[in-house]
Design a protein around this ligand. Sequence first.
Ligand SMILES: [Ca+2]
Ligand SMILES: [Ca+2]
Ligand SMILES: [Ca+2]
Ligand SMILES: [Ca+2]
Length: 500
Amino acid sequence: MKLDLNHRFGALIAATLLCFSAHAVTSESKSEEYLIKLSVTDYKSISGFSSDLKSLGLKQERISDQWVLATGTPRQIKSLMNVKSQRSIEYIQPNYKISLIEKYQIEDSLRRAALQRFLSRNPQLNDRKIGAKDNPDIPPAPSPTSGIDPLMDNQWGMLDIGVFNAGSAPREANSIVVAVIDTGVDYTHEDLLANMWRNPGESGVDAQGKDKGTNNVDDDHNGYIDDVVGWDFSRNDNKPYDMSSSTFGTLLGGGNPGHGTHCAGNVAARRNNNVGIAGVASNAQIMAIRFLSEKGQGRTSDAIKAIKYAVDNGAKVLSNSWGSEGENTSEGQENKALQDMIAYAQEKGVLFIAAAGNGHNGKGYDNDNDPRPGYPASYQHDNIISVAAIDENDQLGTFSNWGARSVDLAAPGVKVYSTMVGNRYSNNVVNIFGLKIGWDGTSMATPHVAGAAALYWSEHPNKSWKEVKAAILGSTKKIDSLSNKTTTGGKLDVQSLMRY
Ligand SMILES: [Ca+2]
Ligand SMILES: [Ca+2]
Ligand SMILES: [Ca+2]
Ligand SMILES: [Ca+2]
């Protein structure tokens, strides 16, 4: 039996390395990152494996008890086939890139040139960034306020899916933790602060007995010091702040205009607090998980750490508005590490809500996920709910992916009004000198479904993830534009969901 297993792992490695060799030929000497999944977790095997990596000259970083990130040339990686600890390896894969689904960079060369000319005449505008300074201190939880949310009339999406008619404001009891796994969250935002997750095991009490929010001690021994509202896996700090790029930086160089903060507002901006707007599940707690940089980019190694952290620290719903790149199943290029971690979430009873994607290869007319899957939304895991985007008139967003077999439902995702970094709110990413870019995307649709899952689950705390998913899909409202475009043929309907 043991021999069989070893044989299987050997074959897996061989198959994986064959996949690399196509592009490895041209870049034999270039260092790249590889994720190695171990088949063993005991100390002795791991330290043996670690010294083998070292002797081959590979740089290594432990990702978790099961994964190691190794950096080296394809040749060095290949020589792992011959080391003594080879049988400790379950598989090796590239550390696939991950990025925001929305691209805000202007591609048209004439418009870029005009913008650059304008900037050279007004250089003072170049670095202008609205919002607080990056990585501000985490404020204490505020005292409750009450009153009508003054900007809720702008929220066509919430009206459309019946959030405000879904019954009285949700109870605080059985509050569900939703991890917004993204570019971070402005945790100082006036309409998000009250609903930020507060890690119950983490303390900020210093040696003098004063609560300063942080005390430089990992009080809950989870390996993360002062992870009060979540963690930043991109910068490896306890401030998962949504560092955005300047407007012009975003338009010319691409990057993050505050994506995670916008998503968080639709999950759970505080309702009836006399401030701003209301999210779908205003009784949910937002766990801020940052693994995408201010450039909107990340790595699989950080994504799997992020998902594991969220699951291990109590999130029941994961909101994922991003896509992984470079996978091609027909050529055996699979992001198995990401798939394995989503399977881990399922084992732990956690729902994984995923944006269906906005076209493929950046093109808006190639949107059927059935023949051309978009990951992670198109993985086969049962705990994934894949979300398309519709506009105010029940039309599928022109950019939105669909899939009669692979996309589950749609939710508001065109001109979506929500929170922005620095106590702002808008349905536009950019609105300067007649240049308007709306908050459009399956990224914007996804947090509505994540919020709905949390709201329903808080009312039915004994239901399983399967039952919550079945309720969301079973209560959709059928609309013409979605027939044969999603598995349900419908859009999210929170009012029906809460009666389900
Ligand atoms: Ca901790
Ligand atoms: Ca602490
Ligand atoms: Ca940070
Ligand atoms: Ca509010």
